[in-house]
Design a protein around this ligand. Sequence first.
Ligand SMILES: Cc1cc2nc3c(=O)[nH]c(=O)nc-3n(C[C@H](O)[C@H](O)[C@H](O)COP(=O)(O)OP(=O)(O)OC[C@H]3O[C@@H](n4cnc5c(N)ncnc54)[C@H](O)[C@@H]3O)c2cc1C
Length: 308
Amino acid sequence: MRRNNRSDELLLKLQNVIPDSRLLLNEPLANHTTFKIGGPADYLVFPASMNEISAIMMITKEYGIPVTVLGNGSNILVRDKGIKGLVLKFGNEMACIKHTGTVVTAGAGAMLADVSCYAAQYGLSGMEFAIGIPGSVGGAVFMNAGAYSGEMCQVVVAVSGVCPDGSIRRFLPADLNFGYRHSIFQDNGCIICEVELTLQKQERPAISQKMDDYTLRRETKQPLEMPSAGSTFKRPPGNFAGTLIEKAGLKGLQVGGAQVSMKHAGFVINAGGATAEDVLLLIEEVQRRVYEDSGVMLHPEVRVFGEE
Ligand SMILES: Cc1cc2nc3c(=O)[nH]c(=O)nc-3n(C[C@H](O)[C@H](O)[C@H](O)COP(=O)(O)OP(=O)(O)OC[C@H]3O[C@@H](n4cnc5c(N)ncnc54)[C@H](O)[C@@H]3O)c2cc1C
């Protein structure tokens, strides 16, 4: 990032809102994605409240600076040249989890596994499916993440967020437009800050048993020991991406450090030193060869950010 008077002024304004410990310059995003890939963000901010986010949105709007939001970085590929502008990364600073009756409220930065375990501890069922999804609550709502017949849309009753103009809004289920790996937040640019989930009372051992079962299934089938962004492709209607990729003989196919996992063909892994370019070329090659083999066009589930 080249500095000039205007960028110095912008930095001063950001520093008025965010302490230095939560504002990093030129931070490599490989440190903040589960793929362990990605060039630097000009500004990386770890927000601690909705008001802070609101203030940041107004400053970035004034300076015409693009804002990108990251949760745990488990469903994204950041290009090698990094992300221009400001990246808001949700983490521990907005990860409070609490409950009243059967409604659990979680900050967008809370990890899904922590919410699952919290709910289990209080005998609340409904979040077991999320135990092995390595995302934040905000990222999970944005993606309508799901597994083992569970999906975020089944439990979310309200979302509070900050809109692009800096205003704070509360969304109810009818506003959320959930679909397969889709929510309204993919269209409206609002930033998810807090989520309310409605769960059901259940005996704790039954909840734990489900969670253990899901964990075992994942550990057996998925390459959890390698960096990845989970399933690379969306599930094509009536089929499975992994099955089609395996059928096309692509298990183990490699471009640079990016590889189609030998353990689960639906995952592209960083087998060591992969660049974003390697991953993107591998994705294209898999799409081309699966289409040739079975006539099905696979569409990436992984979201790609950054400068081309
Ligand atoms: C090993 C592994 C297994 C996985 N298994 C599953 C699975 O079973 N099911 C499944 O659905 N997914 C799975 N995933 C993918 C991923 O974990 C989920 O999509 C998860 O919900 C992403 O959350 P995140 O916080 O990491 O979001 P990120 O990857 O950081 O971001 C994803 C998208 O959400 C947006 N976003 C994030 N936070 C916010 C926010 N607060 N406000 C607005 N937008 C936001 C980002 O801009 C981005 O577009 C897996 C990934 C891995 C690595």
